[in-house]
Ligand binder design. Structure first.
Ligand code: BES
Ligand code: MN
Ligand code: MN
Length: 462
């Protein structure tokens, strides 16, 4: 393992070039116009896994985009690490806010990435982080130091809710059998403050539609006499939070896991500067649920947010109109032990009850998933912690994240193994935003750290 640093030095420019090639393929899973590109990305990864030295590499078809599966089994008696990642990316929109083409990667220096960062959609989420694993395994195979078995499962529908991954996992229990699942699709606190993600929030994502009159109306002739769906929708949405920013849906908090005072005190020890946080976002103040800190609000507490809202006239100039319909997309981030299906039902019931007789309301659930917490006592966590200690010379801080990777809870249920989330991105890397980027230092540090996870996990498994 010790020659990983020199291997990286020798192959650094190839590692960067290969990632850039992958980033050039616009694998946007949400938009069917990119369907061929999503497939092409799967095929490109297939080739890369073969070149890395895997024995079996397959493109496994599903009812949606395929899963790329690969394995290198050196001895069935040894432990098996299953690497999960995704090759699909978020839409690049709004493209006009990018300073360079989202699918023409360029390297630029930033304040937090003085050694340069690759700017492209998917650079951090998740092509860059997924590809660190391919390169780490390449190193271990080529240098004859892979200490255990490895399997890869790289999917193409994570950004649209992993609709078919459950289907694939259910049908492939034997193939996917493993001792630990390893994922790099989260972040860490800072380059000099490594952390390991120990929790993910769950999610319920719904779309709502409020319908008033059967057609758009003149707002002078009818205004004041019929319900305006946009007025009603915004009123309904506003009522979903009270003055303390608690969510008002009856039963919403019933199952929320309450952390002990000790657990909250431990969380508060992680380094965090509220001023730096506000400065980075250009806001005068933070905003959220009364009684909780910013880090608690964005990790251990559930939320409800409008992700998009539309209706009526939004073209140039003014048009006097009462729209027939108004729409919104709403996400609820959930925490242990809220059940996403139950919460979706509670939302639907409550939201429908808010509507006056003058309109009709339709609630359409999109997708969801359960929250996840991983214990820090597991050998998987211990191995990851030792790996960071080795390459960062610091003990990583366990930290719960606010994001969601819904499939993780399903893996635990179906495959009965724990997931370890070794993320190397930063919150400021702008995932899902314009100008997404991934630090070259972070990319290479990930490649350097991952092989030690294999080493320590194998040793601790004995
Ligand atoms: N990689 C992210 C999730 C993430 C990012 C978790 C940073 C923790 C830290 C993933 O690709 C993602 O975007 N997930 C979606 C959910 C999905 C169902 C669309 C999310 O969290 O919004
Ligand atoms: Mn991701
Ligand atoms: Mn994402």
């Amino acid at each position: 393992m010790e020659n990983i640093a020199s291997y990286i030095k020798e192959h650094k420019s190839r590692f960067i070039d290969e990632l850039i090639d992958l980033l050039k393929i616009p694998s946007v899973s949400a938009d069917s116009a990119y369907s061929q590109d999503v497939w092409n990305t799967a095929k490109a990864i297939e080739v890369k896994l073969q070149e890395a030295g895997c024995d079996l590499v397959e493109i496994c078809e599903t009812p949606g985009y395929p899963v790329v599966y690969a394995e290198k089994i050196i001895d069935p008696e040894l432990p098996t690490v299953l690497v999960y990642g995704h090759y699909d990316v978020q839409p690049p929109d709004p493209v006009s806010l990018w300073t360079s083409d989202p699918f023409e990667p360029i390297i630029k220096k930033t304040e937090l990435h003085p050694e340069g960062a690759i700017f492209a959609r998917g650079a951090c989420d998740d092509k860059g982080q997924m590809y660190m694993h391919v390169k780490a395994v390449e190193f271990m195979i080529k240098n004859n130091c892979l200490p255990c078995n490895v399997k890869f499962m790289i999917e193409g529908e994570e950004e649209v809710g992993s609709a078919n991954l459950g289907w694939f996992v259910e049908r492939n229990h034997d193939k996917l059998k493993n001792d630990v699942i390893l994922i790099s699709d989260t972040g860490m606190i800072a380059n000099d403050t490594p952390s390991i993600t120990t929790g993910l929030r769950g999610l319920s994502y719904v779309e709502v539609e409020v319908t008033g009159p059967n057609r758009d109306l003149h707002s002078g002739l009818y205004g004041g006499a019929v319900a305006n769906p946009i007025n009603i929708l915004t009123k309904m949405i506003a009522s979903l939070h009270d003055e303390n920013n608690h969510i008002t849906i009856p039963g919403f908090y019933d199952k929320v896991e309450e952390l002990s005072i000790e657990e909250r005190a431990a969380m508060a020890e992680a380094p965090f500067s509220l001023d730096a946080y506000k400065n980075a976002l250009n806001i005068k103040d933070v905003y959220g649920e009364k009684g909780y800190s910013t880090n608690e609000r964005n990790s251990i507490r559930p939320t409800l947010d409008v992700n998009g809202i539309w209706g009526g006239y939004i073209g140039e100039g003014a048009k006097t109109v009462i729209a027939s319909k108004a729409h919104a997309k709403i996400s609820m981030r959930l925490v242990p032990d809220q059940d996403w299906k139950e919460i979706t039902t509670l939302f639907k019931k409550h939201f429908e009850s808010l509507a006056p007789e003058a309109v009709t309301v339709k609630v359409t659930p999109h997708h969801g998933g359960q929250a996840y917490v991983t214990p820090i006592e597991s050998i998987g966590y211990q191995a990851a912690s030792k790996a960071y200690e080795k390459t960062f010379s610091k003990t990583p801080i366990p930290q719960r994240s606010g994001g969601s990777i819904p499939i993780v809870a399903l893996f635990e249920k179906e495959l009965e193994s724990k997931t370890i989330l070794m993320g190397f991105g930063l919150d400021s890397d702008a995932i899902h935003s314009p100008n997404e980027h991934f630090g070259i230092w972070n990319y290479l540090k990930g490649i350097e750290t991952i092989p030690y996870f294999y080493k320590y996990f194998t040793e601790l498994s004995k």
